[in-house]
Design a protein around this ligand. Structure first.
Ligand code: ZN
Length: 128
């Protein structure tokens, strides 16, 4: 079975590795994919630890987890990445995340910004 993030590896070989090491990914796209998997699994701790401290929505953690559990996740589609490789310190990932909510298919379309600090990628928020 494919990982939640859509990669052909299993969850154990893919996003679980990062869920167990606090998001120490090589690329921004891996971090983004592992954060999507964390939404699927309603893993609020992971969503917080991978969110940059300057924008981390700590107060909203409970609400985020509750919402993540309340919807049915369908799939992730990564549309475009810029930078975000092993040699970069910044990057963006543009994606569609599909889910059912109240019987409707909804989509989150976002261009996310990522930054690397001390060799660690973090989700910063919406890109300009
Ligand atoms: Zn994965």
């Amino acid at each position: 079975m494919n990982c939640h993030c859509g990669n052909t590896e299993t969850y154990q070989e893919c996003c679980e590795v990062f869920h167990r090491n606090n998001g120490k990914t090589d690329t921004a796209e891996q971090l983004m994919r592992s954060r999507y998997s964390a939404f699927v699994l309603a893993n609020g701790d992971y969503l917080m630890v991978t969110h940059h401290s300057s924008t981390r929505p700590t107060k909203d953690k409970k609400a985020i987890v509750k919402w993540a559990k309340s919807v049915q996740w369908i799939r992730l589609e990564v549309l475009e990445t810029t930078n975000g490789t092993e040699i970069d310190n910044k990057g963006t990932v543009t994606f569609n995340a599909y889910f059912f909510e109240n019987g409707n298919v909804e989509v989150i379309h976002e261009k996310s910004a990522f930054v690397k600090e001390n060799g660690h990628w973090f989700y910063l928020g919406l890109s300009d």
